[in-house]
Design a binder for this molecule. Structure first.
Ligand code: UT7
Length: 333
């Protein structure tokens, strides 16, 4: 048996917001943003909700896999920016594709794609009746950006990536998902969060008293950048090392690493720590910024379309983010 990624798709907004655009509305500069993060522009969805970006990415991935939508037997979406708290993005996508298969979302923030892909892979491995699964990561971070906080506002952007994964009975050389290493550190949750407002309805005559660690404003992403940075530069190499160890693969055998695109300096530091040349890291942060869980499938999509990643290449993806969560996964493309 072999489980592999048979299709990739994406949705990246046409509307580009440059660093200079930011400098018009908050006190910042292209020089500061680019030198501290590696970001030049980001896409803002502008009227296309999270679930619709997911549909667009999903349809392209299905077409790229050369199958019919009706063949999909499972949909898992990772998102922290769903348009509704219910129904899930996956159910809305299923409805749009005319499907009645199991459909649910996972919330693991910027590690979400790795969590969703690992979950889908486990379904395929254990359920003989299932042949194709759709994994989507779709995020509209612009909707939850705190424009009053210049250090976090400038890093986020919108977009969606999707993959079809499929099972086939015979192993075909160089097409295999090897598995993942996932983890979390909830004690760091207070360093990166989005707090929901509490209602002022009848019978809600009490105040929440134990949220001292989460003092930021409601409905926006609150980030202690320095703390998350320190976590990321340790979590990334550790997760990659563990995932490769489980797969029985050495770093030298990996053709490309696809890290979560949070900050170029995090990627450079992690590469240096692991002694891996930076050229082996797929990076599109300059044009895409940080799209949370969508960043890894978007970078995979771009690298495949550019011909940088080819069938048979060994890939290691790695996410880290709110939760705090982390996860790495190894597969042959
Ligand atoms: O995707 C989820 C995971 N998230 C991450 O991985 C994010 C990790 N963290 C980071 O990437 C960085 O912490 C940031 C890019 C978010 C911020 O960079 P930083 O070097 O940690 O900046 P800071 O917030 O500590 O601010 C340093 C200085 C401050 O000025 P003073 O107090 O030293 O005078 C800030 O006021 O830079 C100032 N500053 C800015 N100046 C111009 C902060 N943001 C800006 C800005 N433009 N946009």
């Amino acid at each position: 048996m072999s489980i592999y990624i048979s299709g990739v798709g994406h949705c990246f907004p046409d509307r580009k917001i440059t660093n200079d655009d930011f400098a018009k509305v908050i006190e910042t500069s292209d020089e500061w943003i680019y030198s501290r993060t590696g970001i030049k522009t980001r896409g803002y969805a502008s009227g296309v909700p999270t679930w619709k970006m997911g549909v667009i990415a999903a349809k392209e991935a299905i077409e790229n896999a050369g199958i019919e939508a009706s063949e999909i037997g499972l949909i898992i979406t990772s998102t922290i920016t769903a348009d509704f708290f219910t129904p899930s993005v996956s159910c809305l996508v299923a409805g749009e594709l005319g499907l009645t298969c199991p459909a649910f979302d996972v919330g693991a923030a910027c590690s979400g794609f790795v969590y969703a892909l690992d979950t889908a892979e486990r379904y395929l491995r254990t359920d003989d009746s299932l042949k194709y699964a759709l994994v989507i990561s779709s995020e509209m971070l612009s909707r939850y950006t705190n424009f009053g906080d210049r250090s976090s506002a400038i890093i986020f952007g919108d977009g969606a990536g999707a993959v079809v994964i499929q099972r086939r009975e015979a192993r075909v050389q160089n097409t295999e998902i090897y598995g993942a290493y996932l983890g979390s550190d909830g004690s760091g949750g207070k360093h990166l969060y989005g707090k929901l407002p509490f209602p002022s309805y009848p019978f809600y005559d009490y105040a929440i008293t134990d949220m001292e660690d989460y003092p930021g404003p409601d409905n926006v992403i609150v980030q202690n950048g320095k703390e998350v940075y320190k976590f990321a530069v340790k979590a990334m190499p550790a997760a990659i090392e563990k995932a490769l160890e489980r797969a029985g693969i050495t770093p030298a055998e990996v053709d490309f690493f696809i890290p979560h695109q949070a900050n170029i300096r995090i990627i450079e530091t992690a590469a240096k720590t692991m002694g891996i040349p930076l050229e082996k890291f797929i990076v599109n942060i300059e044009t895409h910024a940080n799209t949370s869980s969508a960043s890894i499938p978007l970078a995979l999509y771009d690298a495949v379309k550019d011909g940088q990643i080819k069938r048979g290449d060994t890939i290691c993806v790695c996410g880290f983010g709110a939760g705090l969560t982390f996860g790495a996964m190894v597969f042959e493309f």
